[in-house]
Design a protein around this ligand. Structure first.
Ligand SMILES: [Zn+2]
Length: 424
């Protein structure tokens, strides 16, 4: 399954949202070919456009098709590829002054956005993973179509700039123009996950004498495999796996990740770096990622788990780090934090405080800048780095939904309770 960026046409890739009836009226937004070339690296690029000009009798379906073909051709000359173009020629309202030949287009249809028949057709034609695709458009109609289809929506401030007032749908992101939207999409595509899977799992001996802790099986597969599946579902398919103890067992199982539909890289890791040292040691693999997610390799999660809301929150706020937090049912031995009403983390309280329950889950989205703050040698990414930066850098918390399952498997009791939960 491929990921796509669905693009609205008028007002999004062209400067004007007026109805065009011929190619000569079209003026492309600045840097259009360059933006599309960037998308071509990771995505299918597909135009999805309502063209009620046909229902108005101003031009024919063939004219619209010829216009779209010409757009594709002109961009192709500049090395930018549009993979497909779909349009809706209809309009639902009847009008007496519509020319006879256009009357048949005056119908209710399922293709006119916010209907999703065009997106569904494109998904069928190209094998698109719609849930991990993006829709970029200039109207609330586009945002609503994206929501209806289940893609991430980006509203651009060109064309109608969302001022059409037709739908209440709130976009996942707002960007000044297509160029900025493409840069955001690109950041999302290059986002990497760093999974910390190097620990010795000493508290779980003898189970971990021959099996690294993240390879312990729950519900029929290793903890790590549950995580990798959740990352893939969340649109994160570039993974840096930090291994040290019994690393060969992890590498043998996951390989380059292709069997799981992801790309996995393994930094060479000396022993005894701790979680902070392991992230720092991965720096070379993270240099083209504006953002990365750090995940503890012993966190068991269920199939409801979705990292997209956390990632969106981080990118929208564009802060230093966003921690997945939740109300802990065992605050006595959790890393308890305090957060203000805006979600900003104001204090690390530590363990043993039963009165406060907001706990870190060990999943954090960070901006590239974090790497500069990790000291050399052995350190813990939470206690020695992130928690020390509270008050100095913008760290935010994002509440994990209560109904999702996530538990660190680091003691025999926890392993037992997790296995019970999954019916093992
Ligand atoms: Zn239609």
């Amino acid at each position: 399954m491929k990921r796509a960026v669905f693009l609205d046409r008028d007002g999004t890739i062209t400067n004007d949202d007026n109805y065009f009836s011929s190619y000569d009226q079209i003026r492309f937004v600045d840097g259009l070919a360059e933006s599309i070339r960037i998308l071509n690296g990771n995505f299918l690029v597909i135009l999805i456009t309502n063209q009620p000009v046909v229902a108005r009798g101003l031009c024919s379906e063939d004219d619209v098709k010829a216009m779209n073909d010409r757009i594709i051709e002109e961009l192709d000359k500049q090395g930018a590829r549009i993979d497909g173009a779909y349009f809706c020629p209809h309009h639902p309202e009847q009008h007496d002054d519509v020319p006879e030949h256009a009357k048949k287009y005056r119908v209710e249809c399922s293709c006119r956005k916010p209907g999703i028949a065009m997106i569904e057709q494109a998904a069928k034609d190209f094998g698109v993973d719609v849930g991990n695709s993006f829709f970029i458009g200039d109207s609330t109609r586009d945002v609503q179509a994206a929501k209806n289809a289940g893609c991430t929506s980006i509203l651009v401030m060109t064309g109608l700039a969302g001022k059409d007032g037709k739908y209440d749908a709130v976009p996942d992101y707002k960007c000044a123009d297509l160029r900025e939207a493409v840069s955001l999409v690109n950041d999302c595509a290059n986002l990497k996950a760093v999974i910390l899977a190097g620990g010795k799992g000493e508290r779980l001996r003898p189970l971990t004498i021959e099996t690294p802790k993240p390879m312990l099986k729950i519900a029929g597969k290793p903890i790590l495999e549950h995580q990798i599946e959740a990352l893939k579902r969340s649109g994160v398919n570039k993974i840096v796996l930090c291994t040290s103890y019994l690393s060969v067992k992890i590498k043998d199982y996951f390989g380059d990740g292709s069997r799981f539909g992801v790309k996995i890289e393994y930094p060479e890791e000396p022993e005894g770096l701790g979680s902070g040292g392991a992230v720092k040691n991965s720096g070379e693999f993270l240099k083209d990622a504006s953002y990365f997610i750090i995940i503890n390799g012993d966190s068991m999660i269920d199939e409801k788990f979705d990292l997209r809301p956390l990632i969106r929150c981080h990118i929208r706020k564009n802060v230093f780090a966003t921690l997945f937090v939740r109300e802990s049912d065992h605050p006595m031995d959790s890393d308890v934090l305090r957060m203000d009403e805006n979600g900003k983390i104001t204090e690390f309280i530590g363990r043993g405080q039963v009165a406060e329950k907001l706990a870190n889950t060990g999943m954090t989205v960070c901006s590239q800048e974090l790497l500069q703050y990790i000291p050399d040698g052995n350190c813990n990414i939470e206690k020695d780095v992130l928690f020390k930066l509270i008050g100095k850098k913008d760290l935010y918390g994002f509440m994990m939904p209560k109904e999702w399952f996530k538990k660190g498997v680091d003691t025999p009791e926890r392993l037992e309770s997790v296995r019970m939960y999954f019916g093992d």
